[in-house]
Ligand binder design. Structure first.
Ligand code: FAD
Length: 296
């Protein structure tokens, strides 16, 4: 039976390490438990919020109303095998991207390179169409996803073909409302000996350019058409801008880091300051990639 706890602090469930309590919180480890959680929310007429790996969310200091469902225990690789000329994977949505990275790496397949170093779960990767800016093939989830299975809030399940969804830069539409529970992935089964070296070098590149030793949500803003958000922010002299325990990273201007004890309110003020200065100095509007959750 699913355990639903009251008043659970969510900061440790996010990579930014900020956020207040969930009124109710659970971590279902199978589909029956997930259904029970949805039934609980329905009976009490509570709103439901989904948390994957928590690596792209900004949770309010006042927390999240209703039931928050964390999916990290809804994980596991159900299928991993060659079929015709492709390598097929079927995974639960809470499976970490690093798990599927390991499989693609073992098979020496190209998705390893863009997946190297993107945190969070597979479900979050689909919801955000996670990927990288470099012109590699593949470089986003849209290219490796065949189908997603979604549990609706009444407990029913639909399988949707990925090509019928609307995939855009760091977003995927067409599967809502509901919870992504399973994902089918594939890539052509053409091993390349250089893949391990390429994935290692992608990781080293991240380590040298990103403040991976500090809590963050990765890139805060999407790149505006024709621009790099980091370059715009840097050109406005905002690297190192600090408010309380929140700082525009000195290493990568599109990262905002928690220096230890930052609050969501502080982070949001820094985000707004960056948007205002960049708009005033360059005329370009920065749009956030990170998803705001909770009571705002
Ligand atoms: C150091 C660092 C580096 C990063 N680098 C990259 C990068 O290179 N490229 C990139 O694209 N992103 C990057 N990110 C951002 C983040 O890792 C990705 O967006 C990731 O795909 C989010 O997955 P998650 O499981 O953490 O989702 P979460 O942050 O938990 O959730 C994100 C959104 O998806 C929804 N969601 C999550 N899972 C489900 C589900 N199963 N069903 C329905 N809705 C769901 C949530 O409700 C929320 O709205 C980085 C983050 C960090 C901290």
């Amino acid at each position: 039976m699913v355990q639903i706890k009251k008043n659970v602090d969510l900061s440790s469930f996010t990579s930014w390490m900020v956020g207040g309590p969930a009124d109710f919180f659970c971590l279902p480890s199978n589909l029956e438990e997930l259904r029970e959680a949805l039934e609980f929310a329905k009976t009490k007429t509570l709103p439901t919020t989904i948390l994957g790996g928590g690596s792209n969310v900004l949770i309010s200091d006042s927390g999240i109303s209703g039931l928050t469902i964390g999916l990290k225990n809804l994980s596991g690789v159900l299928r991993s095998e060659p079929v015709a000329d492709r390598w097929l994977l079927e995974v639960m949505a809470g499976t970490s991207k690093s798990e599927i990275l390991k499989i693609f790496l073992k098979q020496k397949l190209a998705p390893s390179v863009f997946l190297a170093g993107i945190p969070g779960d597979v479900g979050g990767g689909v919801a955000m169409n996670a990927g990288i800016g470099e012109m590699l093939t593949p470089r986003e989830f849209v290219e490796i996803t065949d189908w997603v299975e979604v549990m609706r809030f009444d407990g029913s399940v639909n399988r949707l073909e990925a090509k019928k969804l609307r995939w855009t830069y760091r977003h995927c539409e067409g599967w809502q409302p509901g919870i992504i529970i399973k994902v089918g992935l594939s890539w052509k089964n053409q091993p390349e000996d250089s893949i391990l070296v390429q994935a290692k070098s992608a990781n080293q590149n991240r380590l040298s350019k990103q403040p991976l030793d500090m809590p963050s949500c990765g890139s805060v803003f999407v790149n505006p058409p024709g621009h790099k958000a980091a370059m715009l922010i840097d050109s406005c002299g905002l690297k190192g801008y600090t408010l309380g325990k929140t700082q525009v990273s000195l290493k990568h201007a599109n990262f905002i880091v928690n220096l230890g004890g930052a609050t969501c309110a502080e982070i949001w003020q820094v985000i707004q300051h960056v948007q205002t200065v960049v708009k005033a100095k360059t005329g370009v509007e920065l749009i956030t990639e990170v998803v705001k959750l909770g009571r705002w």
